[in-house]
Design a protein around this ligand. Structure first.
Ligand code: NAP
Length: 308
C-alpha cells in the first residue's frame, strides 16, 4: 500500500500543536497531529490557569479538553505515536515513530518541555519517594506534613500555593532575595501563614534512607550551611525542551531557534510553543506560535505543490 503523504504533521498535541492543527485544517492542509502516548504534557498537570484570556480561572485539563474538541470539530486527526526522529529528506519530511514511518511535506515541532532537574545528590534516588516536580500530581501524599519547594518562578509559587492547602508547612527556598513569579502570585504566597521563604539559599543535597528525610542548604551570601527536616521536596528550577528528536539550530539549552515566522534552520520544519527559544512560555504564546507556524507551513506546502 502506498504511504500517505500528509501536507503537514504536527508533533505534539499541547496548546501549540492543537492551535497549529486548527489553523492548518482551516487552510485546507491534510494534517495529522501526533500525540505522545504516555507522559502528560505540562499543561495537563497545571491545576489553575488564570491568565488565558476568556477564562478567569480554569484548569489545564479543562482547557486542553476544549482545545481538543475544537481541533476535532475542524476535522483534525489526532493519533497516539511516540516520535523517535524527524528527518528532512529530498522534498519531504520523514517522521519515525515506534510504529513505523510517516511522511509529510512539512512538519511543526510542538513537543513542549519537561521540568529541569536540580542536579543534587539524592534527587534521582528519592524521586517518587518524596521528591516531585508536580504538586498537582503529588500534593495529596503530603497532607499535614512539612514540604519544601525549590525555585522562585511561576511554577514554584503556583505549586507552593497548592501545597499550602494540604501540607502543614511549606518552605520555599530561592537562590535570590526576590521572586521571578508575577506579583499577583507573590502577594498570595506572602499572605499564606504556612508558607515561609528561605532567601539567598541553594539546596545542596536531599537525604533519606527510603524516603526524603531532610535537605542540606547553603546560604549563598553568608555561606552558612543548614539542614531542614521535611517529608517532601518539590523542584521547579526551569524547563528543559523536548527537542532531541530533530537536528536543527538550537540554543545552548536545546530550545529550537526560530524566526518570527516560526521557521527553523531547516526549510519546511517549524517549531512552536515551549520547545522553541522564546521570551515567554505561556499557553497564550504557545497557541499564537502554533497559528503562525501553521500559516508558514501552509505557504511552504502551497509553493511546493505549485513547483511540482
Ligand atoms: P522559570 O521561570 O525559569 O523559573 C525557574 C526558577 O528556578 C527561577 O526562580 C530560578 O532562579 C530558579 N533556578 C533556576 N536554576 C536554579 C538552580 N540551579 N538552583 C536553584 N534555583 C534555580 O521556570 P518555571 O517557574 O518552571 O516556569 C517556566 C515557564 O512556564 C515560565 O515561562 C513561566 O512563566 C511558565 N509558567 C506559567 C504558569 C502560568 O502562567 N500559570 C505557571 C507555571 C509556569 P532565578 O529567578 O534566580 O533565575
Amino acid at each position: 500500500m502506498a504511504m500517505i503523504m500528509y501536507d503537514l504533521i504536527i508533533v505534539g498535541a499541547g496548546p501549540a500543536g492543537l492551535a497549529a492543527g486548527i489553523y492548518a485544517a482551516r487552510y485546507g492542509l491534510e494534517t495529522l497531529v501526533l500525540e505522545q502516548s504516555a507522559v502528560p504534557g505540562q499543561i495537563s498537570v497545571t491545576n489553575v490557569i488564570e491568565n488565558y484570556p476568556g477564562f478567569v480561572s480554569t484548569s489545564g485539563k479543562e482547557l486542553m479538553a476544549r482545545f481538543r474538541e475544537h481541533a476535532l470539530a475542524n476535522g483534525i486527526t489526532i493519533k497516539k505515536a511516540d516520535v523517535r526522529k524527524v528527518e528532512d529528506a529530498a522534498g519531504k519530511k520523514i517522521v519515525f515513530t515506534h510504529e513505523g514511518e510517516l511522511h509529510a511535506l512539512a512538519v511543526i515541532i510542538a513537543t513542549g518541555a519537561n521540568p529541569q532537574l536540580l542536579g543534587v545528590p539524592g534527587e534521582k534516588e528519592l524521586l517518587g519517594k518524596g521528591v516531585s516536580y508536580c504538586a498537582t500530581c503529588d500534593a495529596a501524599f503530603f497532607e499535614d506534613q512539612e514540604v519544601l519547594v525549590i525555585g522562585g518562578g511561576e511554577s514554584a509559587v503556583t505549586d507552593a500555593l497548592i501545597l499550602s492547602g494540604i501540607a502543614s508547612k511549606v518552605y520555599v527556598v530561592h537562590r535570590r532575595d526576590s521572586l521571578r513569579a508575577c506579583k499577583v502570585l507573590q502577594q498570595r504566597a506572602f499572605m499564606k501563614e504556612n508558607i515561609e521563604f528561605i532567601w539567598d539559599t541553594v539546596v545542596e543535597e536531599i537525604a533519606g534512607e527510603d524516603a526524603v528525610e531532610k535537605i542540606m542548604m547553603r546560604n549563598v551570601k553568608t555561606q552558612e550551611r543548614t539542614e531542614k527536616n521535611v517529608e517532601g521536596v518539590f523542584i521547579y528550577v526551569g524547563i528543559n525542551p523536548n527537542t532531541g528528536i530533530v537536528e536543527l539550530n538550537k540554543n545552548e539549552k536545546g530550545f529550537i531557534v526560530t524566526n518570527e515566522r516560526m521557521e527553523t534552520s531547516v526549510k519546511g520544519i517549524y517549531a512552536a510553543g515551549d520547545c522553541r527559544v522564546s521570551p515567554l512560555w505561556q499557553v497564550v504564546t504557545a497557541v499564537a506560535d502554533g497559528a503562525v507556524a501553521a500559516i508558514s507551513a501552509q505557504e511552504y506546502v502551497t509553493d511546493l505543490k505549485l513547483m511540482r
